[in-house]
Design a protein around this ligand. Structure first.
Ligand code: SPV
Ligand code: MG
Length: 545
């Protein structure tokens, strides 16, 4: 189902569709709805139009059909109905909620909500439902009502907006000649169709009118009380449109009364489940699928389907500072690097975090991440640690070194990149801190490349100056496809004798032989911690977070 205009096909206006319905050579049908849900149900069933019934809308609000719901409350309901559907809605506008002035303002408000037409009845505000003491109900003065019709027709912006005039002469007991007199006056006033109402259980009044009327304007019928009359009869009489006026509301009442009574009596749902629709069906009608698709398109790939692997097994060589704790637990601004990083991940919705620990592993534990042990930490490098975590490399996995801190936007940029494998490279060559993670790419950094991607060619500590386009910051990401490529790369390299001494550079260089790796350039806003000086700088960076 289609819900929003952005997704809607360019198609015929709803006003035009309603106009075509009332002018159709076939007998057409519209069905009552009283809220967004019932409106969708009407459209799904195949109806070409919706009757916005005053009785049903007021009843669904728990009030009487006596204009107890204000007209703006009715408009609010119509808003939902209109948004939920693409077929035309003909509003039961009662008397127009006042005089000509109220009625013409109503037209403007309806048009702005894409309501295709309105039916007004020749009674006095506040009206009473036609089936309650009809004879006692005063009718509007004909001239006054004609003025109202004219004001409405004059104020519509869209030529196809439909004004139906409802004649209550039979309801009020005035008989055929009054019905005809009124219908003709309303025709001359410019109405688009006549709704001739009757509360008789037979069709005699309608039949008499139709014979005299002779098709001067389209006629709309509401066979609520003469429901036993076979439908072909309406066509035979020359009617154009039939309104099934309140049957969604009434069937809902039947269902709700039955279910509620049964749950009350049985204090259990065991017999209920099979007689009501599933919640999945409710989600379907609400269009839950469309939201899922839109989320894929418009939300960053943060949250549920992203996980992180932090490589934090090494001790680091910072003398007494890392005598008892690994580098990842050094504190910046009073907090260990590892918790700062975990927090950054949490902030963008990444909750599934695995930490590969090694040195002083018992100190590296928290309810906020799971752990993987690299007990050979003292004789292995980061690729060995990563290989231990290979089962955690899945769909959208961020991989980071445990001794770095970075500003949050870097992570956001990385998450929004959909390349199979994306590595973050600091293009600020002057301030390179690490001597083995130099990166060469197909395109050196220029301002316009900030935060866009280029292609990785090589990572090494031995690049010539002019080949160095930046430094890998120790943060990268794979998609599902990238995860498979990385796992294959790890499998290849783990066959080699020197695997224990291999670094991330070995992995990237190996992968890039057969598959492109995207490089996302940044400038600064991150640090890795190799010296005490780095720790102080990190304090500054972190303060400015
Ligand atoms: C309505 O549906 O509110 C109508 C039609 O006005 S009837 O109730 O049949 O008068
Ligand atoms: Mg009504």
């Amino acid at each position: 189902m289609i819900f929003f205009t952005t997704e809607r096909e360019i198609e015929m206006k709803r006003t035009t569709k309603l106009r075509n319905l009332i002018n159709s050579n076939e007998l057409e049908f519209i069905m009552e709805a009283h809220n967004g849900l019932s409106a969708k149900i009407v459209e799904e069933a195949g109806f070409k139009g919706i009757w916005g019934s005053g009785l049903s809308i007021s009843a669904s609000m728990g009030v009487r059909d006596n204009n107890e719901a204000s007209w703006t409350q009715v408009l609010d309901t119509l808003d939902f109905m209109s948004e939920a559907t693409s077929i035309p809605i003909l509003l039961d506008g009662d008397t127009g909620y006042g005089n000509f002035n109220n009625a013409r303002r109503l037209v403007k408000k309806l048009e702005s909500r894409q309501i295709a037409g309105v039916c007004i009845e020749d009674k006095l505000f506040p009206k009473t439902n036609s089936f309650i003491g009809g004879e006692a109900q005063p009718l509007a003065d004909i001239e006054e009502f004609c003025g109202k019709i004219k004001a409405m027709k004059d104020s519509q912006m869209d030529d196809d907006f439909v004004v139906v005039s409802r004649v209550e002469a039979f309801i009020a007991g005035w008989g055929l000649s009054e019905a005809l007199r009124r219908a003709e006056a309303y025709r001359l006033a410019g109405t688009d169709a006549i709704l001739m109402h009757s509360k008789r259980s037979d069709i005699t009044e309608i039949e008499a009118f139709m014979k005299e009327w002779g098709g001067r304007l389209p006629v709309v019928l509401v066979p609520t009380k003469y429901y036993t009359v076979p439908t072909p009869k309406f066509k035979e009489l020359g009617a154009n449109l039939v309104i099934w006026a309140n049957h969604n509301l009434r069937s809902a009442v039947t269902a709700m009364q039955k279910t509620t009574k049964q749950i009350f009596e049985e204090e259990s749902l065991i017999n209920i489940e099979k007689q009501v629709v599933s919640v999945d069906e409710v989600f379907r009608i609400q269009g839950a699928d469309e939201l899922k698709r839109a989320e894929k398109r418009y939300l960053p790939s943060t949250g549920k389907n992203v996980n992180a692997v932090i490589l934090a097994a090494s001790r680091g060589e910072m003398e007494e500072l890392t005598e008892e704790i690994p580098k990842t637990l050094l504190e910046v601004g009073g907090r260990p690097l590892l918790s700062i990083q975990v927090d950054e991940f949490n902030k963008v919705g990444i909750k599934d975090i695995s930490v590969v620990r090694g040195f002083a592993k018992d100190r590296v534990a928290s309810a906020n991440f799971s752990v993987i042990d690299n007990d050979l930490f003292s004789e292995t490098k980061e690729l060995y640690s990563l290989n231990l975590a290979r089962d955690k490399i899945k769909e959208n996995t961020v991989i980071s070194y445990g001794d770095i801190i970075f500003k949050n936007y870097i992570l956001n940029d990385l998450l929004n990149d959909m390349s199979d494998i994306t590595v973050i490279v600091d293009a600020d060559v002057e301030s390179i801190t690490n001597d083995r993670d130099f990166v060469s790419t197909t395109t050196p950094y220029s301002k316009k490349l900030y935060s866009s991607t280029v292609q990785f060619t090589k990572m090494s500590g031995d690049l010539k100056d002019k080949e160095i386009h930046g430094e890998f910051i120790g943060l990268w990401k794979v998609t599902k496809n990238g995860a498979n490529i990385v796992k294959k790369g790890l499998a290849d390299l783990s066959e080699r004798e020197d695997f224990k001494q291999m670094t991330m550079a070995d992995l990237f260089n190996h992968i890039s032989l057969s598959h492109p790796i995207a490089v996302k350039y940044i400038k600064g806003s991150w640090l890795d911690i190799d010296t005490i000086k780095d720790l102080q700088k990190a304090g500054d960076l972190f303060d400015k977070h």
